[in-house]
Design a protein around this ligand. Structure first.
Ligand code: B16
Ligand code: MG
Length: 217
């Protein structure tokens, strides 16, 4: 049978969360707002606009629209400086193996990311050709936990949502996959991603048997 496997980008394929963290922390600190790993966790899978809104809420700050736009650009510029130095060694363990295995098994493979920089990152690490369809932050009007990004990916693969499987590291992303009526596979902490159908610490915990089960269910 033919299933659609939809991968989130940040936290599933690559660990760009650390670069988002550095860039947001710099920005928050320049506004005298505290920013630690704990705050960063709440920004995972969240759009750039919503992330800045949250940081301003935490700091009880209001700024003009003009300044808001300038700060978003500043954050992205710093983030991209890190991205442009990335290489394939920053792929998370075993992800490439499973992308190739799914291809061998003739399954649909798509990207479903909130990031507007998704294509740039995939090109930078030379894996853009692994994806039959790419849906990212430029293509959707509603951000995760809205299911739009995954529903669009399923449509692009020409596979019904019930036949799609989503790999996600964020709370908002797992919720989005569930709302899309897809099988959700959390990559990360069981305590955080308890609402996913399955949770694995990372791709090294998966097996070919498990993939075959998903394909044949
Ligand atoms: P950008 P994902 C998300 O990517 C990140 O988890 C989140 O931290 C980030 O704010 C968002 O992309 C937007 O990214 O500023 O590059 O457009 O996990 O959905 O792949
Ligand atoms: Mg993510």
């Amino acid at each position: 049978s033919n299933k659609g496997f939809i991968f989130d980008l940040d936290g599933v394929i690559v660990d760009t969360a650390k670069y988002h963290f550095l860039a947001w922390r710099n920005l928050a600190n320049s506004l005298d707002i505290d920013f630690s790993e704990k705050e960063n966790e709440q920004l995972k899978g969240v759009s750039r606009v919503r992330s800045l809104e949250k940081i301003l809420e935490w700091g009880n700050k209001t700024i003009s629209d003009h300044e808001f736009t300038a700060l978003m650009a500043q954050k992205n510029e710093e983030y991209l400086a890190y991205i442009d130095k990335m290489d394939r060694s920053e792929l998370l363990p075993d992800v490439l193996h499973y992308l190739d295995l799914l291809k061998e098994k003739e399954q649909g493979i798509a990207l479903g990311s909130a990031s507007k920089n998704a294509r740039r990152i995939l090109k930078q690490i030379h894996i853009i050709d692994k994806f039959e369809a790419i849906v990212d932050g430029n293509d959707v009007s509603a951000a995760k936990p809205d299911p739009e990004v995954f529903l669009n990916a399923a449509e692009a693969l020409n596979i019904t949502p019930e036949n799609c499987i989503v790999f996600e590291d964020s709370v908002a992303g797992v919720t989005a996959a569930n709302r899309a009526n897809m099988i959700s596979i959390g990559i990360g902490d069981k305590e955080v991603l308890g609402h996913a159908d399955y949770v694995f610490k990372d791709f090294t915990e998966l097996s070919e048997e498990f993939i075959d089960e998903l394909i044949n269910r």
